[in-house]
Design a protein around this ligand. Structure first.
Ligand code: SAH
Ligand code: TRP
Length: 331
C-alpha cells in the first residue's frame, strides 16, 4: 500500500526540444573531423557515466561537490525561507543527492513544494525520484527527461506558483561563455518577479587544486573521460581503442577553465561505419572532451547582470573556493 502511494507521487515526462538539438552523429562530424578535435559533454552521461560521476564526487580530490553540499546544508533554510517556492525545478539534477539539503530545509520549515528534476540521464533521475518520494512523504516528483540545450520553453510547468530554479555542480561552467550566457538568459525568461535561481559555480584558484580535482589518484575521472569513447563505440559502431587513450586535465589560466582531454598514445585509424568515414589519429593527438569554467566574483556578477538577474544572496565557501548564489530578476 505504502509503495503504491509513494509511486503515485512520482511521474515522468519526456521533454521535446524547443529548438533543434544536434544528434551524436552530427556532433561527432563537427567535432571530431576537424582540428582541434572536440566532443560535446552531454555524451558522458550514459548509465555507466552517471555512476562514474557519482564516484568522482566521492574522491578526495573533487572538492566542488562536497563544498557545494556543505553550503547547501548550512544555508538551505535561508534559501527556502527566501524563495518560498511552490515548485523546485532542477537542471541536470543527476542523483539529486545535494538537493536533499533543500528538501530537508523544506521539511524543517514545514514548507511543502513539488520537485521537477530535468536530466538526460533518465535512469539515474527515476531511481533518485523513487528514493525521494519514499523519504519525503509530502513530496511529489515530476521527472522531466530531455536535453536542456534544446531550451526550456517546452517544460510542462504549472503556470501558477513561485519557482526556484536550481542549477548546481558548476554545470553552467561546462558551457562555453556564449552558450552559458544564453542558457542563463533562457533561465531568466522562465522566471517571474517572485522566482529565484540558485546557481552553484566553482571559483578560480591555484592550478594544482584545480587540476587534481579533475585527475584523481584512483583514476576515476580518467575512466569517466574515456567512457565517452565507449559511448561512441556503442552508439556509432566506432572502434576507438579506449584503453590506449590517456586522460589529461589542464588549467588554462587565460580562459579560466579546466580542459579535459583524451590523448591518443599511438597513431591509429578509427572507423565510424555509420558516418561512412574514418579518422586518422596521430600519436599524441588530443580530443578536447570538456571545459569546466571557473569564475571570479566579478565574472559571475557580470554574467548574471547581463542575463537580467540580480544577486540577492551570495554564499561563499571558506576562502572563496566555491560560490552559491540566489538571484532574481532585476527590479
Ligand atoms: N547536479 C548534480 C549532477 C551534475 S553532473 C551534481 O551537482 O552533482 C551533470 C548532470 O547534468 C548529469 O546528471 C547529466 O546527465 C546532466 N546533463 C548533462 N548535459 C545535459 C543536457 N544537455 N540536458 C540535460 N541534462 C544534462
Ligand atoms: N560539472 C562538473 C565540473 O565541471 C563536471 C565534471 C566533473 C567533469 N569532473 C569531470 C566533466 C571530469 C568531465 C570530466 O566540475
Amino acid at each position: 500500500m505504502r509503495n503504491l502511494e509513494n509511486a503515485a507521487r512520482l511521474t515522468s515526462a519526456a521533454v521535446a526540444p524547443a529548438t533543434p538539438v544536434s544528434t551524436l552523429a552530427e556532433d561527432v562530424h563537427a567535432g571530431l573531423l576537424s582540428r582541434p578535435r572536440s566532443l560535446p559533454p552531454k555524451y558522458f552521461y550514459d548509465d555507466r557515466g552517471s555512476e562514474l560521476f557519482e564516484a568522482i564526487c566521492r574522491t578526495r580530490e573533487y572538492y566542488p561537490s562536497r563544498t557545494e553540499a556543505a553550503l547547501l546544508a548550512a544555508h538551505g533554510r535561508e534559501i527556502i525561507e527566501y524563495a518560498r517556492c511552490d515548485h523546485m525545478l532542477e537542471l541536470g539534477s543527476g542523483s539529486s543527492r545535494k538537493t536533499r539539503h533543500l528538501l530537508d530545509a523544506c521539511d524543517a520549515l514545514g514548507h511543502a513544494c513539488s520537485y521537477w528534476p530535468f536530466d538526460v540521464s533518465a535512469q539515474m533521475m527515476l531511481d533518485a525520484g523513487a528514493a525521494l518520494v519514499h523519504d519525503y512523504e509530502w513530496l511529489s516528483v515530476h521527472a522531466l527527461i530531455g536535453d536542456y540545450t534544446g531550451g526550456l520553453d517546452n517544460l510542462p510547468l504549472p503556470s501558477s506558483g513561485r519557482r526556484l530554479i536550481v542549477f548546481l555542480g558548476g554545470t553552467l561552467g561546462n558551457f562555453e561563455p556564449g552558450p552559458a550566457q544564453q542558457m542563463l538568459e533562457q533561465i531568466a525568461s522562465l522566471m517571474r518577479d517572485d522566482d529565484q535561481l540558485l546557481l552553484g559555480v566553482d571559483r578560480v584558484k591555484d592550478s594544482a587544486t584545480l587540476e587534481a580535482a579533475y585527475d584523481d589518484a584512483e583514476g576515476i575521472t580518467a575512466e569517466f573521460n574515456r567512457n565517452v569513447l565507449r559511448v561512441l563505440n556503442r552508439e556509432l559502431g566506432a572502434d576507438f581503442p579506449v584503453d590506449s587513450y590517456r586522460h589529461r586535465a589542464v588549467f588554462d589560466r587565460e580562459h579560466n577553465r579546466i580542459e579535459m582531454r583524451l590523448g591518443a598514445q599511438k597513431a591509429h585509424r578509427v572507423t565510424l561505419p555509420t558516418l561512412d568515414t574514418a579518422i586518422d589519429m596521430d600519436a599524441g593527438e588530443e580530443i578536447v572532451t570538456e571545459f569546466s569554467h571557473k569564475f571570479t566574483p566579478g565574472s559571475l556578477a557580470a554574467m548574471l547582470q547581463a542575463a537580467g538577474l540580480e544577486v540577492n544572496r551570495h554564499f561563499e565557501a571558506d576562502g572563496g573556493a566555491y560560490s552559491l548564489v540566489l538571484a532574481g530578476r532585476q527590479s
